[in-house]
Design a protein. Structure first.
Length: 292
């Protein structure tokens, strides 16, 4: 993780400095506040991607097509810090942890290459459906419908293979904006592992998949540089405050509010995608009639 962190910082810094004279017009203050808030509540179990998508969309800080790349790039350093904290304090079988982290990272590399090349309409459709999936998992969790678990701290044989294959696809989907926490927790529970083990696996998976995925977005130029950097730095501070000072808050009501916001944002994204398609069809008809 230390090697990944240094590698990532060097690549991000080099790209930011190279383009420092042509940065986007988003607000330093607004994006910094977004980065702080979503990473603060990420540590406490809310998740970052879905509320971050909603906040970026509502405040109009970046183009829709750049949201997946911007979120991945912005949250990489805060997530690396979270992973170091949780892996240090919670015991988990090293073999299980390493295999699941590597599978998520490989999935993310594949997924990032695909997402970075999608059109704005496809990004809106992907993000819209991704938010619906995330809201569904959050709803199930709030209703205590995600049950299971046991006391195991590791997996072996067929269960380990299932876990790795599933984490590969979760890593690929995360680059499109589907948060990994809730589905990964459901996976861990279903395979009979201790609920506590979900945290180092979730955080560790994100920590290993996000640097290579984010570097792919950086090299493709498929992210908002100014927004990503201004969210990343306060995000690191937020993680430290949440993990070592606040530690816990009554979040039940906030989770329901977040679900409502996520659903609204999903509908806005999907509506924009279908309106864009409708306008293209109308334009095509007009051109055809003019030609005739």
């Amino acid at each position: 993780m230390a090697i990944l962190t240094v590698w990532y910082i060097l690549i991000l810094t080099k790209d930011f400095l190279k383009h420092r004279h042509v940065l986007e017009t988003c607000s330093w203050l607004k994006t910094s506040l977004i980065g702080f808030v979503v990473n603060f509540f990420d540590v406490l179990g809310i998740g970052a991607f879905a509320p971050q998508t909603a906040l970026l969309k509502f405040t109009k800080q970046t183009e829709d097509k750049l949201i997946p790349g911007t979120m991945n790039v912005a949250n990489t350093l805060p997530v690396l810090l979270q992973a170091l904290i949780f892996i240090t304090i919670i015991e988990v079988d090293p073999l299980t942890l390493i295999f699941m982290l590597v599978s998520a990272a490989v999935g993310a590399i594949v997924g990032a290459g695909i997402v970075a090349k999608l059109s704005e309409r496809k990004i809106r459709l992907t993000m819209g459906f991704a938010l619906l999936v995330t809201a569904t998992f959050m709803f199930f969790r709030n209703m205590d419908w995600i049950q299971g678990g046991g006391d195991a701290i590791g997996l072996y044989g067929g269960k380990l293979v299932i876990a790795c294959v599933a984490n590969f696809f979760l890593g690929a989907l995360m680059t499109a904006g589907i948060g990994l926490y809730a589905p990964c927790m459901a996976l861990v529970f279903a395979l009979g592992m201790s609920p506590a083990v979900a945290f180092p696996i979730m955080m560790g998976s994100c920590a290993f998949l996000m640097p290579p995925a984010s570097i792919r977005f950086i090299r493709e130029g498929a992210y908002n540089r100014k927004a990503a950097v201004s969210m990343a730095i306060p995000g690191v501070v937020a993680v430290l405050i949440a993990a070592f000072i606040v530690k816990s808050l009554p979040l039940d009501i906030l989770r329901w509010v977040v679900i409502a916001v996520i659903l609204y944002t999903a509908l806005v994204m999907l509506r924009a995608a279908f309106v864009m398609e409708g306008s293209k069809l109308t334009e095509a008809v007009v051109i055809d009639n003019g030609t005739e």
